[in-house]
Design a protein around this ligand. Structure first.
Ligand code: FE
Length: 264
């Protein structure tokens, strides 16, 4: 345990943590939450045995909602995790730290502050469960996906979306790198793996490795065709990017809403 805490104090997770829990890894509490403004999915994962839980990609405006859910379910929030430094919404991780005392986690290559930085091959542990960190850059240089093998689930952030993928025209985006990340880190997971993205704009909630390998209109193309598609999307400048990036560099605590401060 001394080693574990030593590493945590330095802001790094050990490559693999020893499970000291008697919980059943077949059991997972799982909730998919939604922000309709940015079409962002936030995921709650918990071990029903130890009651430890994590939140992936929480949104600032829903921090109190998400924290209340953890209380309703009698869960202890240990980590608030971001798949990457978002440009389309402000993260709720800083507010959740204030509300719950949890630690924030993000990639060491994200350019953002956090309590704990992760890289390829690290594990994020809650109760008896472990999320394996997969480095999947291309949308941003610090993008990560998280894989929980026992449940056959992966959280792909903005790397792979349902029948789509994250844009690559800002935040050090690279279509070549994104194509490589998806093909080598996500499409190599078992075909039946369920994939949960950070966003969906059409009301879809989940896909699978098999589906996306067969049906994704971008990723079924050659690298050259993919790069051409990504370089010609002509997307508009993200509406919230000028507010979101400075805030997300500091866990979203750049400008904490007054109602949240008053609720502490
Ligand atoms: Fe993004």
């Amino acid at each position: 345990m001394a080693t574990k805490f030593g590493l945590l104090l330095m802001g790094k997770l050990p490559k693999q943590q020893i499970r000291n829990y008697s919980s059943d890894t077949n059991k997972l509490v799982f909730r998919q939450l939604f922000d309709s403004v940015s079409s962002t999915y936030t995921y709650l994962l918990a071990d029903p045995g130890t009651r430890e839980c994590i939140l992936i990609d929480p949104v600032l405006e829903h921090a109190k909602r998400d924290f209340q859910l953890t209380k309703d379910l009698n869960l202890n929030l240990v980590y608030a995790v971001n798949t990457h430094m978002h440009a389309d919404h402000i993260t709720g991780t800083g507010s959740l730290k204030l509300l719950s005392g949890c630690k924030s986690i993000i990639s060491s290559r994200s350019g953002a502050q956090a309590d704990i930085f992760v890289d390829e091959g690290d594990y994020i542990t809650f109760g008896g469960h472990q999320l394996k960190v997969l480095s999947t850059p291309g949308h941003t240089s610090g993008c990560c996906s998280f894989y929980i093998a026992e449940q056959g689930m992966a959280f792909t952030g903005d790397a792979l979306l349902i029948r789509g993928c994250g844009r690559t025209d800002f935040q050090e985006g690279s279509p070549e790198l994104l194509y490589h990340s998806i093909h080598t880190k996500i499409f190599t997971l078992p075909d039946e793996t369920l994939l949960y993205p950070a966003h969906d704009y059409k009301g879809q909630t989940v896909t699978s490795v098999d589906e996306e390998k067969r049906l994704n209109p971008r990723l079924t193309k050659t690298l050259e065709e993919f790069v051409h598609i990504m370089n010609n999307l002509n997307l508009s400048y993200p509406a919230q990017i000028d507010q979101a990036l400075p805030a997300n560099k500091v866990c979203g605590l750049y400008d904490v809403p007054e109602d949240l401060k008053n609720g502490l």
